[in-house]
Design a protein around this ligand. Structure first.
Ligand SMILES: C[S@@+](CC[C@H](N)C(=O)[O-])C[C@H]1O[C@@H](n2cnc3c(N)ncnc32)[C@H](O)[C@@H]1O
Length: 366
């Protein structure tokens, strides 16, 4: 074991890794007071703003070389694709964008599956938005764009839908899919839902499926969505409900925590369940000034034939977690899978597995 003075290690790391350090090098770190470095797995990067404040850092045996030798000094900082981050976010927004860009290929591959599973949610969103022919609609955090593409059929050729995401890799996928579907009333654009660069009252409706809970400043995002609505327009958001009622994903997080001892998501990082608390979404919408804000639950079970099928999809889509999982040693990954499989076995059905899931649909008007 090698011991490194904590402060020196932090300086060393932040000098060589202004925007973070590859996870495979971070994971072997253990501290004498774990809670002080509870921010270790930060989408595969240890961010300077969340850097260790420990007095001592213990370097685990699994590192094959001393600390400095183990650093890849050529590793570049994540490239910024979107708007300039806030001065005080320590590069966190850039890292979040880089993380979402890294899972874009999986979202592309599984787009049809996601849309099929979420068809009920999508229809409920379109109904709640009160869409009409000729409406102008903005989809935020669109990923592969399934919701906006469905809206395009409703608003018709006189209407218009903008599929937007902060990550250009996602909007590229959405553009390809819209083109393949022959949609002529759809365009794509890079938009950060925390700071939407459209003028006031630009849209009749705003749609956002499983995106709002993933930003650092949800209050700003909700206010922005309201600001760009015309008077009488509506915004519809869905977010994942309570983690314990979403075992299709919650059990994966539980298994990672159990096997690594690390918090998932790390403190301060918005995760899939960051708006799970009772009343959180309703309060957010009301606080942003939406009129008649309402929230209701929609059941979204995930049906799979085998747990292999589940494993082939969920870890690769699971945003912040996907990168962490890819970086773990094979034996840790196998242990996580075994643990999750054992827990998921409770949900076996006649033709495979039906893993419960629930999302919250929130709607508000301007
Ligand atoms: C869980 S995926 C959902 C994708 C899509 N809405 C769907 O339901 O298929 C979350 C999406 O949010 C996007 N995202 C994350 N932070 C964002 C931000 N600040 N502004 C806009 N999009 C963001 C990600 O790039 C990703 O495409």
């Amino acid at each position: 074991m090698a011991y490194v003075d904590g402060e020196d290690a932090a300086h060393l790391l932040s000098r060589n890794y202004p925007a973070g350090m590859p996870l495979q090098q971070v994971i072997p770190f253990r501290t004498q007071r774990r809670q002080q470095v509870s921010a270790i797995p930060n989408m595969g990067r240890l961010l300077r703003g969340m850097m260790v404040r420990t007095s001592r850092v213990l370097l685990g045996r699994s590192l094959q070389s001393p600390l400095e030798a183990s650093m890849d000094l050529s590793e570049p900082a994540p490239k910024s694709n979107g708007p300039v981050p806030s001065a005080d976010d320590g590069g966190l927004r850039a890292a979040l964008r880089a993380m979402w860009a890294s899972v874009a290929p999986s979202w592309c591959e599984l787009a049809e599956h996601v849309d099929t599973r979420e068809a009920v949610v999508t229809q409920a969103m379109l109904d709640s938005a009160g869409l009409r022919r000729g409406h102008r609609v903005l989809e935020l955090a669109c990923g592969p764009g399934g919701v906006g593409m469905a809206a395009a059929a409703v608003v018709g050729p006189d209407g218009e839908v903008v599929l937007s995401d902060v990550v250009p890799e996602m909007t590229a996928i959405a553009a390809d899919r819209a083109k393949s579907a022959g949609l002529t009333n759809v365009t794509t654009r890079e938009v950060d839902l925390e700071r939407i660069d459209y003028p006031d009252s630009a849209f009749d409706a705003v749609l956002c499926r499983e995106g709002l809970m993933l930003v650092l400043d949800t209050a700003s995002a909700a206010r922005e969505a309201r600001r760009i609505l015309r008077l009488g327009g509506r915004a519809v958001f869905t977010v994942w409900g309570p983690r314990d009622r979403n075992p299709w994903l919650g059990l994966l997080l539980d298994a990672v925590i159990a096997e690594t001892g690390l918090p998932v998501p790390p403190p301060g990082i918005p995760g899939p369940f960051s708006l799970e608390a009772p009343g959180a979404l309703a309060e957010l919408l009301a606080g942003a000034g939406f009129r008649g804000a309402e929230v209701r639950e929609i059941s979204t079970p995930m049906k799979v034939s085998t747990l292999d099928e589940w494993w082939s999809m969920v870890p690769s889509l699971a945003g912040p977690l996907a990168r962490v999982l890819r970086s773990l040693p094979a034996e840790t990954s196998a242990a996580i899978r075994a643990r999750a499989d054992a827990a998921l076995a409770d949900f076996s059905s006649l033709d495979g597995y039906e893993l419960p899931g629930v999302c919250l649909l929130g709607v508000g008007g301007r």
